[in-house]
Unconditional design. Structure first.
Ligand SMILES: Cc1cc2nc3c(=O)[nH]c(=O)nc-3n(C[C@H](O)[C@H](O)[C@H](O)COP(=O)(O)O)c2cc1C
Length: 255
């Protein structure tokens, strides 16, 4: 399974075998951490692998999962930084999926050092060998249909359709799937859905992180189909207030 295929087969794993992973595998994950690509050069993100085989620490937070390892995500404290962190973290999560390692984002979970190089701990990702099934068929994933996520201004080409399918599969906090798209044949306007009521800061930060995960899926799918893509922020849309969503970026594709 390659990283693109893993987008469609990954599921969150909440039960783990409390056994160590091979050193060589942990070394590969560390290499991936060093080589992860970012969405925004101006934002900082750092990762730390926290081994908890002997359960020396308790995960703090609700909806937690006991796991032999946690990937701690540290980042700056602003929406762009959360999106950047989600984009980077998802590359690691998908990489681990290809290596048959189970993962689960734990949005309210905390473990280990609270700060790293001046960055605050944002969330943690449990990982290790899954107790039970690691993969699933994409039809089993609870995701909204593309028709509810997209407003089509043009009929998308075959590859753009596949890219949108990959975006749709993204995991999100509380499975909220906040992404919305306005689709033209060569570009996609990306919006983050607004809820009817103002969201608490933690939920909003998670939603931005979710958007980063989704942008990572778009990047991986575009690479799979050899599509060049450019992500830009168009000031005229960024400045505007929309009733149902917040403009995030425009993705321009050239095949
Ligand atoms: C930012 C983020 C935070 C999450 N936090 C939690 C959590 O605290 N506890 C949990 O069990 N799952 C958590 N999840 C997992 C989601 O519930 C899960 O991705 C979503 O329900 C879709 O299911 P799937 O990943 O199996 O496709 C989180 C996911 C994301 C992306």
């Amino acid at each position: 399974m390659n990283i693109f295929e893993s987008i469609f087969n990954r599921r969150s794993v909440r039960k783990y075998v409390m056994e160590p992973l091979e050193d060589s595998l942990l070394e590969k994950i560390r290499k991936m951490i060093d080589n992860v690509s970012v969405l925004d050069d101006s934002c900082r993100v750092e990762f730390e692998i926290y081994e908890n085989l002997n359960k020396k620490s308790q995960v703090k937070g609700i909806f937690k999962a006991d796991a032999p390892y946690y990937l701690i995500v540290y980042c700056d404290d602003n929406p762009r930084a959360y999106r950047n962190a989600g984009y980077a973290a998802e590359q690691l999560v998908l990489y681990m999926t290809t290596k048959e390692i189970g993962t689960c984002y734990l949005g309210s979970g905390k473990i280990g050092p609270k700060e790293k190089n001046g960055l605050k701990q944002f969330l943690i990702i449990s990982f290790g060998r899954a107790e039970g099934t690691l993969y699933r068929d994409m039809e089993e994933a609870h995701r909204q249909p593309l028709a509810s996520l997209c407003t089509y201004k043009d009929e998308p080409g075959e590859y753009l359709k596949k890219i949108l399918k990959a975006a749709r599969m993204s995991p999100s906090s509380l499975n909220s799937q906040p992404w919305r798209f306005i689709v033209y044949s060569d570009r996609v306007y990306v919006f983050m859905k607004k809820e009817a009521f103002p969201q608490p800061k933690l939920l909003l930060s998670m939603r931005n992180f979710d958007m980063g995960i989704m942008l990572c899926h778009i990047m991986i799918a575009a690479e799979e189909f050899w599509m060049n893509m450019e992500t830009v922020t168009e000031e005229q849309y960024a400045k505007k207030k929309y009733k149902n969503g917040e403009y995030i970026c425009t993705i321009i594709f050239n095949s």
